[in-house]
Design a binder for this molecule. Structure first.
Ligand SMILES: Nc1nc2c(ncn2[C@@H]2O[C@H](COP(=O)(O)OP(=O)(O)OP(=O)(O)O)[C@@H](O)[C@H]2O)c(=O)[nH]1
Ligand SMILES: [Mg+2]
Length: 653
């Protein structure tokens, strides 16, 4: 069964991650044993492990209301509970975005963020940091009834005055549609909750799956976080249409703007044509029904700009019923399997690719660092051995001469060391200059300046100017940072060159660091801002001001995210650039001291020369076997990274 395929694929993916974690842990303990680890490397490894361990996979369901999102979630993921777990009914049902996940460190519960929080500027993501703001409802996972009862909460609504609804940005007195929504007593129905998180142990959720159910499309306009953050970051988005309504204009807009990602290619965006059971007709032959479904698929695919095989016709309702009642024939007719298969095939491989690429490049860096240290050690030992062998049969004078030579090297190197210290201080000045542009403090100042400008703006035009300025400044910051990075790199290049010429340290060219990634992210946000601004905020009414400022806050928090990543990367890069030199200098210092010591000893008692040579030879052998170990380690890491369950299965077969 396909349900099993999803859990199988997931299982294989989880095993893959776990194997990687094991291998990385082995590598780490090896580093510790060989005294090759230091706090920086260890931190990087820890970071990598944390990311691998808590890796999440997000699947979002988006559609106009009543297209069957919740029903489809019930059918694909929760049929094993033997009933309809999420409320699904005619009209608007799911009233707030609802996230399903499993975090074992938190209790099994339903957490609800009150709608009143919409008066503040904070986004729901920020609220996640404050558990006190959420109402918690407990339920019993052993009882489907208890879950069904608790989950009803996501469709809870309440009646408030239009003024109150307006304050939450949920009612616009100038809108005809909103006026129609008034109750007879002049009140408006609004959702009780702004966001819901359902945390419970379910086999797929336990493995890191996160499911996002959304309310009808109007939520897309009112929670900018959905469009700016959750949908672009989801690993798969299922967009649901309904065979009984056809594709509406607003559906085409949402698909184009928020989901298909015409500008930047998105993987795993699936369109679903639900409710095909409405076309089943006892008086028609199967062939005719099939033709009818094909026709609908074709029309929808043309409207959305897709190939017809990219639209999956299903019946969520019959699929759920078939699974619950064990009716295989009905299940086949619901065509749920085809959709589930497509989801499996798109979702996990594309996620695995991202994780693999990230892990691979990080690990390669760390492995190279180990190799560099080992090479330097080996080089040192070889030189010392030569020196010692040269002393065989020499008299006191020669030994004396040797000692003077090493002492000379040492003095020379100490001068180099001073230069290195001077370099360190210039380096930190330059790093500071970099963070004046790129740093969070400066960015936060920009954000608050823009916020103030927006608050005092009366016209759409002024808001636009404030936002445009904001983006101009962001882009400037990135350009200046790029220049600063260039300067640092030039300085370090020269330093590596000098040290390799004068002290025989290994010459390496520090890697570059480009701002392109962040520039692209900012450009993408700017595009989204322009599109949304042009469609939603053409006319600025007072009521829309709250919405605009919420929109800005979400945008700002996304920009802050981009910069946080840029800062983290910049810090890592700086470490990466200076660390090899630091460790080489340290290593070189150590070797000089050793050389001096061994010559001193020989000076005192020439008899120890052969012992010293033997000692050094075994040290050399040791380093050779460490290097061999490292290569093996690298090989098994690569193997684990590129392990592919299906290919392996196919080969075995
Ligand atoms: N005939 C038929 N009805 C369906 C199917 N899937 C869902 N429905 C019905 O459509 C209605 C809406 O389903 P929901 O699952 O609540 O839809 P939704 O997209 O979650 O809607 P909101 O939560 O309001 O955004 C319910 O009455 C379902 O029983 C289907 O495959 N066939
Ligand atoms: Mg729903």
């Amino acid at each position: 069964m396909v349900q099993n395929k999803l859990s199988e694929d997931f299982g294989a993916y989880s095993i893959w991650r776990a194997t990687l974690v094991d291998i990385i842990c082995d590598y780490r303990s090896w580093l510790n044993e060989q005294e090759l680890n230091d706090s920086q490397v260890d931190l990087r490894i820890q970071h990598l492990l944390d990311r691998l361990r808590e890796d999440k996979l997000n699947v979002a369901f988006v559609a106009e209301f009543s297209r069957g999102k919740s029903e489809l979630i019930n059918a694909i993921f929760f049929a094993d509970y033997g009933q309809r777990l999420l409320p699904s009914s005619a009209g608007r049902t799911t009233m707030c975005p609802t996230e399903f996940l499993y975090d074992p460190s938190k209790q099994t519960s339903l957490q609800l963020l009150p709608i009143e929080t919409r008066v503040s500027d904070a986004t729901t993501t920020e609220y996640k940091r404050y558990p006190d703001e959420w109402k918690v409802i407990q339920f019993d996972v052993a009882s489907a009834e208890s879950m069904v009862e608790a989950f009803k909460e996501v469709s809870r609504i309440k009646r408030v005055s239009p003024e109150e609804a307006e304050r939450y940005g949920l009612f616009d007195p100038d809108s005809k549609d909103d006026a129609m929504a008034l109750n007879e007593d002049g009140t408006v129905d609004i959702p009780c909750w702004r966001y819901a998180i359902i945390n419970f142990p379910h086999p797929l959720l336990e493995q890191g799956l996160v499911i996002l159910d959304t309310p009808g499309l109007n939520a897309i306009g009112t929670e900018p976080e959905l469009t700016l953050n959750m949908l672009p970051n989801a690993h798969a988005v299922l967009f649901i249409l309904s065979a009984d309504t056809g594709v509406t204009k607003s559906e085409i807009d949402v698909w184009r703007h928020y989901i298909s990602g015409t500008r930047w290619k998105q993987k795993a965006r699936l369109a679903v044509l639900n409710k095909i059971d409405g076309l089943w007709d006892e008086l028609k032959e199967d062939r005719q029904i099939e033709a009818e479904i094909c026709k609908q698929v074709l029309i929808s695919s043309e409207l959305l700009g897709l190939n017809s095989d990219q639209i999956f016709p299903v019946s969520a309702q019959k699929g759920l019923l078939a699974k619950v009642s064990g009716d295989d024939q009905l299940l086949a007719r619901s065509r749920l399997h085809e959709l589930e298969l497509a989801l499996c095939n798109e979702l996990i491989p594309s996620k695995k690719e991202i994780v693999r690429d990230n892990t691979q490049s990080e690990l390669e860096d760390i492995l190279n660092n180990s190799r560099l240290i080992l090479d330097a050690r080996l080089q040192g030992v070889i030189e010392q051995l030569e020196e010692l062998k040269g002393l065989r049969g020499k008299n006191e004078d020669v030994v004396n001469h040797m000692m003077n030579k090493v002492k000379g090297d040492k003095v020379n190197f100490e001068r180099g060391l001073q230069r290195f210290q001077a370099l360190r201080s210039v380096f930190s000045q330059q790093a500071n200059a970099l963070f004046t542009n790129l740093g969070m403090e400066a960015l936060r100042a920009d954000v608050s300046e823009t916020r103030n400008a927006m608050v005092s703006a009366n016209f759409t035009k002024n808001i636009r100017v404030a936002m445009d300025d904001f983006f101009i400044r962001l882009k400037e910051r990135l350009v200046k940072s790029e220049e600063q990075v260039g300067e640092i790199k030039t300085m370090m290049d020269a330093m590596y060159q000098k040290f390799s010429q004068e002290h025989g340290l290994r010459h390496m060219t520090p890697p570059g660091f480009s701002m392109l990634r962040y520039q692209k992210s900012v450009a993408k946000l700017e595009r989204t801002y322009r599109e949304q601004f042009n469609t939603t905020y053409k006319m600025l009414t007072n009521e829309k001001l709250t919405l605009t400022s919420r929109f800005f806050e979400t945008l700002a928090s996304r920009v802050i995210n981009v910069f946080e990543v840029a800062n983290q990367d910049a810090e890592n890069w700086l470490k990466f650039v200076i660390a090899p030199m630091e460790s080489q200098v340290r290593e070189y210092q150590l070797q000089l001291r050793r050389r001096l010591e061994s010559i001193k000893r020989i000076y005192k008692a020439t008899g120890t020369l052969e012992d010293r040579i033997a000692e050094m030879e075994s040290l050399e052998e040791n380093i050779h076997s460490q290097i061999a170990d490292l290569s093996k380690m690298q090989e098994s890491i690569n193997q684990a990274l590129n392990f592919n369950e299906q290919e392996a299965g196919a080969k075995a077969a």
